[in-house]
Design a protein around this ligand. Structure first.
Ligand code: MIG
Length: 748
C-alpha cells in the first residue's frame, strides 16, 4: 500500500498523529530512548498484552514540521518521517541507526503455488518457497556488518543475520535444526548492532509474524505479519545492555524466584508410579547428588485429567509428597491446558457450566485431541477464566505441590492444528485463534502465577513451554523437546543467551536431551554446559534410555555430582544476578558480545558465555574433544581450577578432559559462594564464602529469606566487599535480614 503524501501533523501530549494521504501513523514518545510507531491497519486502540500499564514517562521532545516531512526529537533520538512513510531514526549526533527501505522486496527462485503443493505433498517443508508480501509488512535498510541478537528461543546461532524466522508457537518434537522457522515461543524482539550503533525493535503483534534478517537480501531486512497492526517500538542505547534495559522496562522483568527453584531437578516422562518417584529420590540422596525435586510429568494424573492425582499408582493424595518433603524434596507437577471431555469430571463440568471453553465457528465448544483424548481449551484470555484456573491450583497446593510446569500451551493438538477461526477472547473482546495463538501460553502462565502466589504466599515457580514477549513476569521457561544429540548441546549456548537477551532470565534446556538416548559423554558434557542455568533439570522422554546419572556407571556419577555441586557452590552468585536483573533486565547467562561489544571476536561466538560480568565459561560441546580453544576478552582472567592467570584479548588452548569445564574468573572481582548441600534448606546458609580474584577486588552480594515477598518490604541485606592488601572490608548497603555468622575469603 502506498501511504501517499505526508499531509498533516497533530501533537497531543506524547502522541504525534501523522496523516498521510491514505493512512494515519501514530508516533508515541514513550521515554527519551523509546519511540513507538503504530500504523493502525487493524485497530487504533489496542491494549498490548506484553506491555502492561502505561509505560510513557514525561519527556521533553520537539516536533518540527517541514514541507512533507516531520521531525520528532527527544534528547536521545531523532525520528524523521516523510512522504510514503519513509523514515530514519538517528541518534542525537544525527548518525543514522535505522532507515526504512526505499524499494520493494525482490523475490528470487519463486515457486508456483502448484509446485509448492506438490513438494509439500512429498514431505518437503517449503519455507518461503512462494514468497509473498504480507498484509502487514515493513522493510528496513540493512547495513553491511549489521548483526541481530535476541528473538527468543529461535534455533541456530547467536547472530541471526542471514536467517529468517516466524513467530507462531509450535510444538516441534523433531530435531530442532538451525533453519527451523519457529519453536515454542514468540518473542518478536530483536537487537540490531552495527558499526557504532545499537538499537532494539519490538513488534507488538500476536498474529503469525515473520522476521527475515537478511536471508532474502543483503540490502534489506523485513518484518511481516498476517494481520494486526504494524506496532513497532524502537529503542536506542549506547550498548546492548541499555537496549535490554529499555525492552524489559516495557515488557517487564522476571521477579526474584525462590532459592530452591534454582537448584537441581530430576524428571522423566515415564516415572509411572509412587515407587518410581521414591526410587529416584532415594538414589539421588544415596549418590549424594543435590536435588530439589523429582518432578511429576503427566503420568501422575488420573487419565490425564488436570488437577487430579492417580491414587492407584501414586498412593493417597499428599502422602508421597509429604514423606519426600521430610527428605527435602519439593513437589513440582505438570499441568496441560487441555481439559478432558468427560461428564462428571469437575474441571469439565465447571468449565461447561460457566462457558469457559473456546468455541468453534458454529458456536459449539471446540474439541481437539491431546493426552486425555477428546479435550477442550480454556479461554485463558478472559479474566474470569484465568481466575477459575488460578483457583483450581488450590487442589494441587493442598496435595503439597510447590511449583507448576505448564506444557502443551502453544496450544498443541494431536488432531490437526486448531483452525484459525476457533473463537477465543482477549478480555471481553471476542476474537479468534489467529490472534490468540501466540499468547495462549502467556495467559495460562499468568493465571498459574497469580494462583500460586495467592494460594501459597510464596514466589511462584512456573515453568512454561509456550509464551510471548512479557511472559517473563510470570514464568520461567524451558526450551521444550530437544534431543540427545550434540547439535542440541551446542545450541544450548546461543539459544539461552538469546532468550536471556529477550527478557527470559530464568531458562534452561532438558539436560541430557529429551528425545533419543543419551550417552555417558554427552550427559557429562551437558551437565557442565548447563551448570549455570537458572532452570537446571535433567529430563527425558518415555521410551528413551533412562537418564539419571547412575544409569551410566560410577565415573559418570562422580563427574555429574561434581557439576551439580558446583552449581550449588555458585548459587549465591546466580541469585545475586537475578536480584540485579530486576533492575537491569540482564540475564545470568550472557554472550560475550554483551560486555565486549566492540571486540569482533565476540560477534559470532557460539561456544562460550559469561555468567554475569565476571565469570567466563567455555564448555566442551563436541564429541571426543578434550582440549579446546577459548577466547578471553579484555582484562585478566584466572582459571578457576588451576589459578593460572591470563591476559585477555587472545585465544588460548585449555585442557578439558571429561571431568573439566573450563571456567575463568575476571581479575578484580569477588564472587559469593556457598558450600554445597543436598537441597536448599538442608542446613542454614550461615557462612558466605568469597572467591577473591586478584590482590585488589570488589563485589556485592544480596541475601534474603529466599522464599516469600518480605524482601519487597525491606527484609534483605545488601553487602559491598572490598579486598585490598590481604584485607577484606565489608560495608552494609542495606540491612534488614539476619546476617551471616561468618564470611570467609578464598583467594584465587
Ligand atoms: O506430547 O508430558 O515438552 O517435557 O515430558 C509430549 C509429556 C508432551 C512434552 C513436553 C515434555 C513432556 C511431555 N510433553
Amino acid at each position: 500500500m502506498e501511504f501517499g503524501k505526508l499531509l498533516k501533523v497533530n501533537t497531543v501530549d506524547n502522541t504525534v498523529e501523522i496523516e498521510f494521504e491514505n493512512q494515519q501513523v501514530i508516533v508515541q514518545v514513550i521515554t527519551d530512548e523509546i519511540i513507538r510507531v503504530l500504523v493502525p491497519f487493524w485497530k487504533k486502540d489496542y491494549q498490548s498484552i506484553a506491555i502492561e500499564g502505561q509505560p510513557s514517562l514525561p519527556c521533553d521532545f520537539e516536533v518540527i514540521e517541514d514541507e512533507g516531512a516531520v521531525q520528532i526529537k527527544t534528547p536521545a533520538v531523532i525520528l524523521n518521517m516523510w512522504d510514503d512513510f519513509g523514515f530514519v531514526f538517528t541518534d542525537k549526533y544525527r548518525d543514522e541507526i535505522l532507515t526504512s527501505y526505499n524499494g520493494q522486496r525482490r523475490f528470487e527462485n519463486t515457486l508456483s503455488d502448484e509446485a509448492v503443493g506438490l513438494l509439500e505433498a512429498e514431505g518437503h517443508h517449503i519455507q518461503g518457497g512462494n514468497h509473498q508480501n504480507y498484509k502487514v509488512q515493513q522493510i528496513f535498510r540493512l547495513n553491511e556488518g549489521e548483526r541481530f541478537y535476541g528473538m527468543g528461543d529461535k534455533t541456530g546461532f547467536l547472530n541471526k543475520r542471514g536467517y529468517a524466522y516466524e513467530n507462531w508457537n509450535s510444538d516441534i518434537p523433531q530435531i530442532h535444526h538451525e533453519n527451523m522457522p519457529a519453536l515454542y515461543k514468540s518473542i518478536p524482539f530483536v537487537i540490531g548492532k552495527g558499526p557504532g550503533y545499537t538499537y532494539g525493535l519490538f513488534f507488538d503483534n500476536t498474529f503469525h509474524s515473520y522476521m527475515d534478517m537478511g536471508k532474502e537480501s543483503n540490502e534489506y531486512f523485513y518484518y511481516g505479519a498476517d494481520d494486526g497492526n504494524l506496532d513497532m517500538y524502537f529503542m536506542t542505547g549506547e550498548c546492548i545492555a541499555d537496549v535490554i534495559e529499555h525492552y524489559t522496562y516495557l515488557t517487564g522483568r522476571a521477579p526474584l524466584p525462590q532459592l530452591w527453584t534454582l537448584g537441581y531437578h530430576q524428571c522423566r516422562w515415564g516415572y509411572e508410579s509412587e515407587n518410581d518417584i521414591r526410587t529416584v529420590a532415594k538414589l539421588m540422596r544415596q549418590h549424594k547428588i543435590p536435588c530439589e525435586s523429582v518432578q511429576y510429568d503427566i503420568d501422575y494424573m488420573e487419565g490425564f485429567r488436570v488437577f487430579t492425582w492417580d491414587e492407584k499408582e501414586y498412593g493417597p493424595k499428599g502422602k508421597l509428597i509429604s514423606e519426600l518433603a521430610e527428605d527435602g524434596f519439593k513437589a513440582v507437577c505438570i499441568i496441560d491446558p487441555g481439559v478432558k471431555v468427560d461428564k462428571g469430571y469437575f474441571m469439565y463440568d465447571q468449565g461447561v457450566k460457566k462457558d469457559y471453553f473456546a468455541h468453534d465457528s458454529q458456536d459449539k465448544i471446540y474439541v481437539n485431541e491431546v493426552w486425555p483424548g477428546d479435550s477442550v481449551y480454556p479461554d485463558f484470555g478472559r479474566e474470569e477464566v484465568r481466575q477459575w484456573w488460578a483457583d483450581s491450583h488450590k487442589k494441587l497446593v493442598d496435595m503439597g505441590m510447590q511449583g507448576i510446569w505448564n506444557d502443551m500451551n502453544e496450544p498443541a493438538s494431536f488432531n490437526g492444528p486448531l483452525p484459525l477461526d476457533v473463537k477465543f477472547h482477549i478480555g471481553d473482546r471476542l476474537t479468534n485463534h489467529a490472534e490468540v495463538h501466540n499468547v495462549y501460553g502467556h495467559f495460562m502462565s499468568m493465571a498459574t502465577h497469580e494462583g500460586m502466589a495467592e494460594i501459597t504466599g510464596k514466589r511462584p515457580l512456573v515453568i512454561t513451554r509456550a509464551c510471548y514477549a512479557g511472559t517473563q513476569k510470570y514464568s520461567a521457561v524451558w526450551t521444550g523437546d530437544n534431543q540427545s544429540v550434540w547439535s542440541h548441546l551446542q545450541m544450548l549456548i546461543p539459544q539461552l543467551c538469546n532468550l536471556g537477551m529477550s527478557g527470559f532470565t530464568i531458562a534452561g534446556t532438558d539436560i541430557g536431551g529429551f528425545g533419543g538416548d543419551t550417552n555417558p559423554e554427552l550427559l557429562m558434557r551437558w551437565i557442565q554446559a548447563a551448570c549455570f542455568c537458572t532452570f537446571f533439570r535433567n529430563h527425558c522422554a518415555k521410551g528413551q534410555k533412562l537418564q539419571e546419572p547412575w544409569q551410566f556407571g560410577e565415573n559418570v556419577v562422580d563427574v555429574y555430582r561434581k557439576y551439580v555441586e558446583l552449581h550449588y557452590r555458585f548459587l549465591p552468585y546466580i541469585y545475586d544476578l537475578l536480584f540485579e536483573s530486576q533492575i537491569t533486565g540482564l540475564p545470568v547467562m550472557r554472550p560475550l558480545v554483551l560486555h565486549y561489544e566492540n571486540d569482533e571476536n565476540t560477534f559470532n561466538l557460539n561456544n562460550e558465555f559469561l555468567v554475569g560480568e565476571n565469570m567466563l565459561v567455555a564448555p566442551v560441546v563436541e564429541q571426543g574433544v578434550t582440549k579446546r580453544m577459548v577466547y578471553l576478552p579484555d582484562g585478566n582472567w584466572i582459571n578457576y581450577w588451576t589459578k593460572e592467570k591470563f591476559s585477555g584479548k587472545k585465544h588460548i588452548i585449555v585442557d578439558a578432559p571429561i571431568d573439566v569445564l573450563p571456567i575463568f574468573i575476571k581479575e578484580g572481582s569477588i564472587i559469593p559462594m556457598y558450600e554445597p548441600v543436598q537441597y536448599v534448606g538442608e542446613k542454614p546458609y550461615d557462612t558466605l564464602k568469597l572467591l577473591v580474584a586478584g590482590d585488589s577486588a570488589w563485589g556485592s552480594h544480596y541475601q534474603d529469606n529466599g522464599e516469600d515477598f518480605e524482601y519487597i518490604e525491606g527484609e534483605y541485606n545488601l553487602y559491598s566487599f572490598t579486598y585490598e592488601n590481604g584485607n577484606l572490608d565489608t560495608a552494609m548497603l542495606h540491612q534488614g535480614y539476619q546476617k551471616y555468622t561468618s564470611i570467609e575469603v578464598e583467594k584465587l
